[in-house]
Design a protein around this ligand. Structure first.
Ligand code: C2E
Ligand code: CA
Ligand code: CA
Length: 556
């Protein structure tokens, strides 16, 4: 076997042995202490602290999976998420062979079983793992972005922590080019590349002077990490030298909290720069307390989600839709709208958590719950009243990507002896904006199975008119802004136009957000078929909704 020198300069490499049983610590320590410098942790909490404290020195961690306070799996999970810690190889040591796969999936480098194999085997595995990781690091370290020759992200993150040791107060900046795709479209990708290279050069020049570093994160987004400055407009001045018509935006997280992971510092800078999208005359925005509060609030909602779901804090409310074609309006269906009665924060409206859950995939779980509640509720009404009205559920675009999406719906239908006529699906128009082909395909599959697709928020998604024929639509839901504006400006042209589209498609129109008698009358006159809104009822709990069912049944 090739002999490796395991001593760098005069120093041995550092290994952390995280193991709660004294005797095991002793055994491993004895085997390794000749070749390595060893530190120990006796429980999970201590292990995590040691890893963080020695992140720049550790060559390897030997991790027992079952330990007090924090178990090994949780440590692996934590380390995997951290851009710096994840560079430290971890070998899992355990008697449970079933955990092997799980640990490897969580980024463990290797696996040593208990009882321990022969000494030479343990040593060889450890040595191999360290070699592998060090080689990999060298590759990463020397890699630069080929286009701009700036550091790559991995190196940049590593280097950022070095800056932390020299400077107490530092700032994280994210810079990107406004409408860069337009530059690419108009002048060609080649020109786009030249712009990116010029931006990189200028940034390197000014940021080097500050003792800071720059990297290209992706496409036209650059990250800057440097000692704190009071003013950053000099960056924009410098970039003007390239082409004064190019506009940039910079998000800054200043006075960074050194306790948060480097990548999170840049997430915060990004949050600030995202704010600029809406304001035209501004190029620089700072991460502030308010964004921090929002971030914390959203973190809390995400953290509490699972438990709230188990504790039945989510309730499905129902809002009636009335058919107004005849003289006397009658109940035609309802929409299921979820409400979160948080044990601590009180009632939270879907506007606060649906978009958030759409970002991180929790929406799929929540919607499955909502649909299944709706399925049970319809069955219950059928049994109780020998009568029912269909319920529409909201379907997020994210739901449609889930491979078992259609099966989930069918199972709910079957489990409750329903048919695809009992549950309508509301899909927002904007769901078709990107991947439209795939979305249309899925929606068409649903229609083939007998589901009705209600196109939600119609008019806000910018469907082009020549595309409209291809969209799967059984019902068109006019977005409430149009109802509101028509009433406010006494101008019904847009509403009329959308109703014309519906007539052309030969589908009924639902107007939502209808609050007053005048709105009802005017929409009715314009040819609207169904009306939903506070005028008839707010969304209400299922037991209250029953009055509408009884009333409707008595009409028959
Ligand atoms: P949406 O699907 O457009 O739902 C209509 C929203 O308008 C509901 O808000 C409803 O309460 C409200 N609304 C109805 N009539 C009136 C009215 O006359 N005046 C006013 N001012 N508002 C009215 P809500 O319940 O807060 O839901 C907001 C959005 O959250 C929904 O918009 C929908 O996109 C989403 N959402 C709600 N429940 C679910 C769900 O279970 N799953 C999914 N994926 N999304 C949901
Ligand atoms: Ca809806
Ligand atoms: Ca809507």
């Amino acid at each position: 076997m090739k002999e490796h020198n395991f001593i760098i300069g005069n120093e041995k490499r550092l290994i952390l042995i995280a193991e709660d049983e004294f005797i095991n610590r002793e055994i491993l320590g004895n085997i390794l202490s000749n070749d390595y410098e060893i530190i120990y942790a006796c429980d999970g909490e201590e292990a995590l602290n040691q890893i963080k404290e020695n992140k720049n020195k550790l060559s390897l961690v030997l991790l027992d999976l079952i330990m007090p306070k924090i178990n090994g799996i949780d440590i692996l999970e934590h380390v995997k998420k951290d851009s710096i810690l994840s560079n430290i190889p971890i070998i899992v040591v355990t008697s449970d062979s079933l955990s092997e796969e799980k640990s490897l999936n969580l980024g463990a480098a290797d696996f040593i079983p208990k009882p321990y194999p022969r000494e030479t085997v343990i040593k060889a595995r450890i040595r191999r793992t360290i070699e592998l990781y060090e080689d990999r690091k060298i590759i990463n370290y020397t890699e630069r972005d080929p286009l701009t020759r700036l550091y790559n992200k991995e190196y940049f993150y590593q280097y950022a922590s070095t800056i932390d040791t020299y400077y107490e107060i530092t700032d994280a900046l994210i810079l990107d080019i406004r409408h860069f795709h337009i530059i690419n479209d108009r002048f060609g990708v080649h020109y786009g590349d030249i712009v990116l290279r010029n931006v990189a050069d200028k940034l390197r020049e000014v940021i080097n002077q500050l003792d800071g570093i720059v990297c290209r994160k992706e496409a036209d987004t650059f990250m800057i990490y440097c000692p704190h400055q009071d003013n950053y407009s000099f960056i924009l001045d410098k970039l003007k030298e390239i082409d004064s018509s190019i506009i940039y935006r910079i998000g800054i997280y200043e006075y960074v909290d050194k306790d948060v992971d480097v990548s999170i510092r840049f997430d915060r800078a990004k949050l600030a720069s995202d704010k600029i999208r809406t304001s035209i005359n501004k190029n620089i925005e700072f991460y502030n307390e308010k964004m921090r509060e929002k971030e914390l609030y959203e973190e809390r909602l995400i953290n509490d989600f699972e438990e709230s779901l188990l504790n039945n804090e989510f309730k499905v409310f129902y809002q009636p839709k009335f058919n107004v074609k005849k003289d006397k309006p009658y109940l035609s269906s309802s929409e299921a709208l979820v409400r979160w009665f948080h044990h601590d924060l009180g009632m939270i409206s879907p506007g606060d958590f649906i978009p958030l859950f759409e970002e991180n995939g929790l929406i799929q779980k929540l919607d499955k719950f909502v649909w299944s509640e709706v399925g049970k509720q319809i069955r219950n009404w059928k049994e109780k009243y020998d009568f029912y009205v269909p319920v529409s559920v909201n379907v997020s675009r994210i739901d449609m990507y889930e491979p078992d999406f259609i099966d989930t719906l069918l199972k709910i239908i079957n489990d409750n002896n329903l048919t695809t006529n009992d549950i309508y699906l509301e899909i927002t128009e904007s769901a078709y904006t990107s991947d439209s082909k795939q979305m249309i395909e899925i929606a068409n599959k649903l229609r083939d199975l007998g589901f009705s697709i209600e196109m939600d928020d119609f008019g806000t998604g910018y469907s082009s008119l020549n595309m409209i024929n291809e969209l799967p639509i059984d019902v068109l839901k006019l977005d409430m802004v149009f109802v509101r504006n028509a009433h406010k400006n006494h101008d019904t042209k847009i509403v009329e136009f959308i109703i014309d589209i519906a007539k052309y498609l030969e589908v009924p129109v639902i107007a939502e957000g209808v609050e007053t008698k005048e709105q009802v009358e005017s929409l009715k006159n314009l040819g609207c078929d169904i009306i939903q809104g506070y005028y008839f009822s707010k969304p209400i709990p299922s037991n209250e909704f029953e009055k509408f069912i009884i009333e409707r049944k008595n009409l028959l």
